[in-house]
Ligand binder design. Structure first.
Ligand code: OXD
Ligand code: MN
Length: 594
């Protein structure tokens, strides 16, 4: 490939000398090359071609059975000083990390091809964007990167002879979980990932670059790299407000980003536009507002639960040119998953490739799912019916409101508005959520996940909180911040709130608050909507349930305060004192002293 970046050439040669591939292929981003690689991967069985009449351009892939989610325990931030990685990250000294991984990488690509993928996170050439180059021995990775990022010659052109890029090295090696490492070297702008084939571990533009490395760079450069969706709400008068929202993995970010207004709200002229479903890069614009881009160009969404009722836009998006991973495979060459569209199949191959039938149980009598709970679709954002006309604007879209959401069966109200930016940083810093299938570990267990960034912050989280506080001082027109929880349940375990399209009612209240227009009640937690401040057209929602959704059980909240105190204490002296101030202030309010 024709380019003149000496450092890039040198690095590719060095990595090839270590990994010893049979050949090196540069990915140019062309359709012809993509088709040729697809054909090759079909031939070797790395991917399976789906029914091209029913799912044109679609492919199917299975990962190894012990390689189905991000392995946070094997994910490291390798800074020279341990305290720069902080207590919430795994840390290894860079030399040790390189040495250990070098062992796994050495000769790992023998008999294989090394693909060189130049990619841009963000529109090519935008001042917001960052360039990376991923080396990998997996065509599956190449095909996913072609969807999730902007790839090829145009990126090399933008890089020029001296451009800065993140060095991303990946090898499946033996897919051995005992020789798996996901290593980040923020000080070297380098990522090494070995021994995995799961998206979150190997599509290095996504979590590794766009969050862990980018968050480190964002602090140095004065911007924010966040685990947030971006959506636009169009009002009947045509004005569009943009919201960014942080939610932990598998808490409905994709569904919220693609929200379809309920019929009565649609009739009034409300629309929702999708800008991004997972990551937001936000900078202060010349007008003093916060402007956001989605650095990705595709969706890597959770399949189970995706259906025409809850997310028709996602269903439409994944009808073509989509890669399905670890779903069930049907005899007619289509795919299926639990809580998806269509009747439960009478037979299928499950995500492991085993014959499956309804009611199948394992040796312990436990029901076997056909699709893995963290099975995924990879689909081009451009195919989404609700994709915003502004989703690729190089300067991004202006953010009016920020949402912090988690999954809590009790305790957290449906929504409250934070009193101010400093309070919001405390609320974000102490949010906790129930664990989902997107990461290894016990599902349902409550864990702290500050700003939904626990697994993605590439530096000391205490410094991250400070960075948020500092940003608040620099943004002239700060977004208003709201804490939401769509998942509160009653004593019988039923969801109290219908969610999905009805969430727009809550978004509209928040946006009205940003204009100073909606009523709210002051509570110890923040500002809560009055029942009458919500647009209820087309939804009969009992007043009593509204109260239940916002009930604050003081004893439980005081226990939560204890948990929060313990969580914050781990950061020691490095924690900004403003957070202790906010902690004490909330406790004071909860105890009724205000
Ligand atoms: C994701 C995740 O894939 O957060 O977006 O795990
Ligand atoms: Mn995510």
């Amino acid at each position: 490939m024709n380019h003149h970046h000496k450092e890039l050439d040198k690095w590719v040669k060095e990595m090839a000398a270590m990994c010893q591939p049979d050949k090196i292929v540069w990915i140019d981003g062309s359709d012809a090359q993509r088709k040729q690689l697809t054909a090759e991967a079909i031939k070797t069985g790395e991917v399976i071609e789906l029914n091209q009449e029913l799912l044109p351009g679609c492919l199917y892939h299975r990962t190894a059975v012990n390689d189905v989610a991000r392995t946070e325990g094997l994910t490291y931030i390798c800074t020279a000083r341990e305290e720069d990685a902080g207590t919430t990250n795994n840390w290894m000294p860079p030399e040790k990390a390189y040495d250990q991984a070098r062992e796994y990488f050495t000769g790992a690509m023998k008999g294989r091809t090394m693909y060189v993928i130049p990619f841009s996170m963000g529109p090519v050439g935008s001042a917001f964007s960052k360039i990376g180059v991923e080396l990998t021995d997996s065509i599956y990775v190449v095909l996913n990167m072609l969807i999730m990022t902007r790839v090829g010659t145009s990126v090399l052109d933008a890089l020029g002879a001296n451009g800065v890029f993140t060095k991303c090295l990946h090898s499946k090696a033996d897919l051995d979980i005992n020789k798996r490492l996901i290593l980040h070297f923020p000080e070297d702008n380098t990522i090494w990932s070995v021994g995995s084939g799961y998206g979150g571990n190997v599509l290095l533009g996504k979590k590794c670059l766009a969050l862990r490395i980018a968050s480190y760079q964002a602090r140095q450069e004065g911007w924010l790299a966040e685990h947030m969706l971006i959506l636009g709400v169009e009002h009947p008068d045509g004005q569009i407000d943009y919201i960014a929202g942080a939610f932990p993995s598998a808490c409905g970010k994709t569904n919220l980003a693609m929200l379809v207004p309920s019929p009565d709200l649609a009739k009034k002229g409300y629309k929702v536009w999708t800008v991004g479903d997972d990551i937001a890069w936000m900078r202060i614009g010349p007008d003093g507002r916060l402007w956001a881009i989605n650095p990705e160009s595709g969706f890597f969404g959770v399949a189970p639960g995706t259906n025409s009722k809850f997310n028709p836009n996602a269903v439409a998006t994944i009808k073509r040119n989509t890669i399905f991973t670890n779903t069930a495979l049907l005899p007619n060459g289509t795919v299926w998953w639990e809580q998806g569209d269509g009747d439960q199949p009478v037979q299928a191959l499950d995500w492991r490739g085993q014959p499956w039938y309804p009611g199948k149980t394992d040796e312990h009598g436990k029901k076997v799912d056909a699709a893995h709970a963290n099975s995924r679709f990879t689909a081009p954002a451009s195919q989404c019916p609700s994709i915003s006309p502004h989703w690729q604007d190089p300067q991004g879209v202006p953010i009016t409101a920020i949402f912090f959401g988690t999954r809590r069966a009790r305790l957290a109200p449906l929504i409250y508005q934070c009193f101010d930016w400093q309070h919001a940083v405390y609320v974000g810093a102490t949010m906790s959520s129930e664990r989902t299938a997107a990461q290894f570990g016990k599902i349902g267990e409550v864990r702290h996940d500050p700003m939904a960034m626990l697994p993605f912050c590439g530096y000391n989280m205490a410094d991250y909180f400070r960075h948020w506080l500092e940003m608040g001082k620099k943004i002239l027109h700060r977004p208003k911040v709201f804490r939401v929880n769509w998942f509160r349940r009653d004593d019988d375990g039923n969801f109290l709130w219908p969610g999905f399209g009805e969430n727009l009612r809550i978004l509209l209240w928040a946006l009205a608050r940003c204009r100073g227009q909606a009523n709210a009640i002051r509570t110890p937690l923040g500002w809560v909507p009055t029942y009458d401040s919500i647009d209820w057209d087309g939804l009969q929602f009992p007043r009593a349930s509204w109260s239940d959704l916002h009930a604050i059980h003081t004893e439980e909240w005081l226990e939560e305060q204890n948990q929060n105190r313990q969580f914050l204490a781990q950061f020691g002296q490095r924690l900004p004192s403003e957070l202790w101030y906010e902690h004490a202030a909330r406790e004071f309010r909860l105890r009724g002293h205000e």
